[in-house]
Design a binder for this molecule. Structure first.
Ligand code: RIB
Ligand code: CA
Length: 317
């Protein structure tokens, strides 16, 4: 068991569940000391209504139905949403048909929930594992929330290769305008890009281990991730599957588990073949660009250990 001495860590999650978002949520809920303030969901992997239902499905599965959830923006700031059911299934959770949620979403919408929950605490981590549409709108509408954000930890972007195009990662590509606005906002920002998340991969032996943990959350994670691993087997010919959002969750909880360097970064919003690329100035020559913490190296063994330990923390009943 990894050792976890820590104080309480207030976290707000903005996500688009989505299999790896759902797994990231399980990691948050299963990690000691994390105080999940609330969840806003956004149109991304699947339409926003379904991302909201899925977040509530996972909360109820984990016995945490009291955590407030609300759907935010359905569409990116400027583009039209392109979803990713081929990766996450038509239900967004690997077609495992989890029971519909019984607790309704919070009133007022996801952007208002994000704003209200951040303003209610002195400082919190904003973990974003989706296109940054909600976060951009929240900062536009209430810039004062920036004083309540210790840091934004975003699964998105890359220092090099993309996944939707050769140049762009999905969360940046889906809403490049939002990504540019949030990165330029000056709020402390940690980018957990594909260059990092591909260092932390699970495979079918990982899923087999999850199935031995003997509780419904771990079993559901294994069922959900089976679809995700199958997609990667078909796409890349290997069962090694980068578990993007869960890596960002571990990095948010345990910042020392990710090595970062401060670089100027901007987001391409107009490129014919580079739209959505997060352009990292690795030589730091363009000082007029905003500097953010760019993730370079994860302690993969620790990340996988935290993921397994968080699943093991749920009761068998
Ligand atoms: O590129 C991977 C990211 O896009 C992950 O957050 C995944 O859930 C999708 O949203
Ligand atoms: Ca996601």
């Amino acid at each position: 068991m990894a050792s976890y001495g820590r104080d309480r860590l207030p976290v707000f999650l903005d996500c688009d569940p989505g299999i790896d978002d759902a797994f990231a949520l399980m990691v948050l809920l299963g990690s000691p000391g994390v105080e999940l303030l609330g969840i806003s969901t956004v149109g991304g992997n699947v339409p926003v209504e379904l991302t909201c239902e899925n977040a509530r499905r996972i909360l109820e599965l984990c016995g945490r139905a009291q955590v407030p959830v609300a759907a935010g923006r359905a569409q990116p700031l400027a583009k039209t949403l392109v979803s990713a059911e081929e990766v996450h299934g038509r239900d967004g959770l690997g077609n495992i048909n989890l029971p519909s949620p019984t607790v309704p979403e919070a009133a007022g919408g996801g952007v208002s929930l994000l704003i209200d929950k951040l303003l209610a605490v002195p400082r919190a981590i904003l973990l974003a594992t989706a296109p940054l549409t909600n976060v951009a709108v929240a900062l536009q509408e209430h810039p004062e929330i920036s004083g309540h954000i210790q840091r934004i930890v975003w699964m998105g972007g890359s220092t090099g290769f993309g996944n939707v195009t050769p140049a762009a990662e999905y969360n940046a590509w889906a809403d490049p305008e939002a990504a540019r606005q949030v990165i330029r906002s000056g709020v402390p920002f940690v980018m957990v890009g594909l260059n990092v998340t591909h260092q932390v991969a699970l495979d079918r032996s990982t899923l087999a281990h999850y199935r031995t943990l003997g509780n419904p959350v771990a079993e559901t994670a294994a069922r959900m991730l089976d679809f995700y691993v199958t997609f990667h087997e078909q796409e890349a010919g290997t069962d090694r599957s980068p578990i993007h959002d869960a890596v960002a969750a571990v990095a948010a909880i345990y910042p020392a588990s990710l090595r970062t360097v401060s670089y100027p970064v901007d987001v391409e919003t107009k490129g014919e073949i580079t739209e959505g690329a997060t352009v990292v100035d690795l030589r730091g020559l363009h000082s007029d660009q905003p500097r953010i913490e760019v993730g370079l190296e994860a302690d993969a063994g620790f990340h996988l250990e935290v993921m397994a330990d968080s699943l093991a923390s749920f009761s068998a009943a």
